[in-house]
Design a protein. Sequence first.
Length: 149
Amino acid sequence: MKIFLGCDHRGVDLKNKLINYLNENGLEALDIGLPNNESDDYPEFAFKLGELVRDTEGSLGILICGSGVGMSIAANKVKGIRCVRAVNVDDAFKAKNHNGANVISLGADITTDLNEVKEIIDTFINTKSPSEERHLNRVKAITVYEEKN
């Protein structure tokens, strides 16, 4: 499974640690390849990562900015992306299992404990996509709306 990671300047350190962690654990973690600097803007990273996830079957994405909020908003503008800001393991589980999220965003200033971040990431990656009818119906409703608008 490919896992794409992208961040603005506030998430560089965490992104690099997560790429190393994921690769050391046998996953294919890939930086989206955009350069970072103090004046970079999170939408550029969110859009590129969203397109990569959308166009790479079975892949997931992890975005990082200061709060995780801006990245989530921007990523959700990419057709086919369901991005949720996760600040704990329960968020990561429900994002994937209830909402069919294929991208999560993290706040480098919010969740600062690396072990906690690893638990969030592991939960997101290892949780199965929705299987209960009520969750599937909700994801389908979102997809249908997205296709029409």
